[in-house]
Design a protein around this ligand. Sequence first.
Ligand code: VG1
Ligand code: CO
Length: 543
Amino acid sequence: MSRKTVKTQPIAGQKPGTSGLRKKTRIFMEPGYLENYVQAIFDGIGGVEGKVLVVGGDGRYFNDTAIETILRIAEANGAARCIVGQGGLLSTPAASHLIRKRGADGGLILSASHNPGGPDEDFGLKYNGPNGGPAPEGVTDEIFARTQDIAAYHIFDGGAVALEQIGTSQLGEMEVEIVDPVADYAELMAGLFDFEAISALFKGGFRACFDAMHAITGPYARDILETRLGAPAGTVINGVPKPDFGGGHPDPNPVWAKPLMDRMYGEDAPDFGAASDGDGDRNMIVGANCYVSPSDSLAVLADLAHLAPGYANGLTGVARSMPTSAAADRVAEAKGMACFETPTGWKFFGNLLDAGRVTLCGEESAGTGSNHVREKDGLWAVLLWLNILAATGKSVSQLMADHWARYGRNYYSRHDYEAVETESANVLMNSLRERLSTLPGMEVAGLTVTEADEFSYHDPVDGSVAKGQGLRIFFEGGGRVVFRLSGTGTEGATLRVYLERLETSPNALHQDPQEALAPIIEAADALAGISQRTGRSKPDVIT
Ligand code: VG1
Ligand code: CO
């Protein structure tokens, strides 16, 4: 049969970022580019001979073609079997679950997450290991090293691949098993949450709106919310995955999910609104007239997760990425629960979850998840919220008011400056880095700096160290600003500025976050010279 070995050569810039390799789709479509990278992944993980891999993606443009290529390369490298979601579809959390449930050796997930899709937009590919989670840095380093000295890839060029037909077939000597992308995941959710209580909530007239943003969660949300939980038809909007996500950014935040926000802040708003991203691992939660910041959502879930059957025994600990607000820390402290601060990116939670040190994890970028898989999980967060609402009988805004009254409020916002010239962004970061040690004691825009450093993480499980994970500046009175460059963008540099301030005074808990953060915002600009160095007078995206 026809296995070929094709000469290739190192390709610059194939370095996995925060969440795998992300590039313009046209780059991935260049002859040999994807092939080269997939071979580098297989070589970097020590080969795939005899291995079982899960393969699926978020359905964006080029998803199916890329999957066919991946299967052909897997065959030629001796893989025993690939388990593929029907139509090439698998949400990121569903892929993580499938790897774990089937005891697979790993998986390839095709997505650029919240980045737009289409021939002129973004594509991405990520390798997850046998625990179902994104490869740790040690592994992505191996993969990158391989892209630097690769000389050939192997590919099978016979047979046909049919992604639509559920069941097992052969591609050369490899088995290809096409599975229902939703069924196993829905079963997992049913085991974690009180579906009866949530169904009763909907029966009682509770109204929800879930915006799948034309991305992967549509089929999952329809099956779980509408079919299994009895939410009225139409609860899920934009529920059919499209290769270009309807032309939008499938990014669940108040900017990109504006139609949902308008509905939730309009007359006759539903009781509960939520949205998810391209690959289904992010979530936005919003009540009637009440947006819940992701950092607050993590804190509320950490506080009340025990109300769901899957977490009835309480949590062993909680972890958050460094730029995420300290709201969850306050809950952990009150409950005497372990609390960890990790670098940005889900791969850093894997060891803590595997070692049983934490049950819940979260990021400010709308990612929350638990030890049920090794990825963040959008629909899971929505169901946990629904379970909590059903168990307490409270509204989202009541829950938030109660939470802030008890723990104080960590006002929080992220300002993104997108597609900044790479050179200017580097100069801004380098200049600030050089001045860090001189900042403590200094007064900036009326605030006194108490500490300033560059975050590095010592993994308490395997001892590995991740350096250069963001510049942090703390102010007297519980304020903080963090500067970081994005590792998921595909154009220039994206500067992320994370702003936070703790408020405990009972009559100051219901301000507009941008107003409450005004002094921190001013200090951030004064410290880094953002407007001067980027030439931007305001951020592109405020979340
Ligand atoms: C962003 C977020 C980060 C998240 C990552 C992947 O990374 O800030 O919290 O883990 O995206 O999310 P960066 O490097 O651009 O800040 V997803 O939904 O792409 O898997
Ligand atoms: Co995502």
